[in-house]
Design a protein around this ligand. Structure first.
Ligand SMILES: NC(=O)c1ccc[n+]([C@@H]2O[C@H](COP(=O)([O-])OP(=O)(O)OC[C@H]3O[C@@H](n4cnc5c(N)ncnc54)[C@H](OP(=O)(O)O)[C@@H]3O)[C@@H](O)[C@H]2O)c1
Length: 143
């Protein structure tokens, strides 16, 4: 319990999460030992960690929400890939929008930030279209 009396048991603290955990064994150990299980994991989403494939599989199994950061910053090559150029024409959306939409369709919550009103509008308008199964598979190929 915190000194101000606010804690998880009396509802003062909502779901608890962890961040920057890239080791599946570490996550599994934490999960099996913690009384209050992590509800969310927030990780850098990029090639160096293999896009956290095994971590994400574990999250899915345990109903842990996976949030990505560095989604745009850490993936310039992905965003510049031909696949996104083709999909941009088909859906009339930018590579960033397509990537964010893809991630939401595979149950990832992408975090982002912007100083640009245009980008903010773009980032918020990703739910007025849906990528087909084939288009999702094409994106998965480059991750
Ligand atoms: N847990 C952690 O350790 C940790 C670490 C880092 C960040 N975070 C969280 O993650 C959030 C996201 O930060 P991030 O840097 O990782 O985000 P990001 O999506 O990788 O990068 C944001 C950058 O992308 C640009 N951008 C945003 N929307 C765009 C769009 N539609 N088209 C083109 N460019 C676009 C922005 O530039 P403009 O301003 O030019 O639009 C901004 O510089 C942060 O707010 C923070 O809460 C957590």
């Amino acid at each position: 319990m915190a000194s101000n009396g606010v804690d998880y048991d009396n509802g003062g603290v909502k779901p608890l999460g962890i961040s920057n955990c890239y080791d599946l064994k570490q996550l599994q150990l934490l999960y099996s030992n913690a009384t209050i299980k992590p509800a969310i994991i927030q990780n850098r989403f990029y090639a160096r960690t293999g896009y956290d494939k095994s971590i994400r599989a574990f999250c899915k199994q345990q109903h842990i929400i996976y949030q990505s950061f560095w989604t745009l910053t850490g993936n310039p090559d992905v965003l510049a890939h031909d696949t996104f150029s083709k999909l941009a024409i088909k859906y009339q959306k930018s590579a960033a929008q397509l990537f964010f939409r893809y991630l939401t369709q595979i149950d990832i919550i992408p975090l982002t930030g912007t100083t640009s009103k245009t980008h903010m509008r773009e980032d918020l308008s990703i739910f007025d279209f849906e990528l087909t199964v084939d288009d999702c598979a094409a994106i998965e190929q480059i991750l």
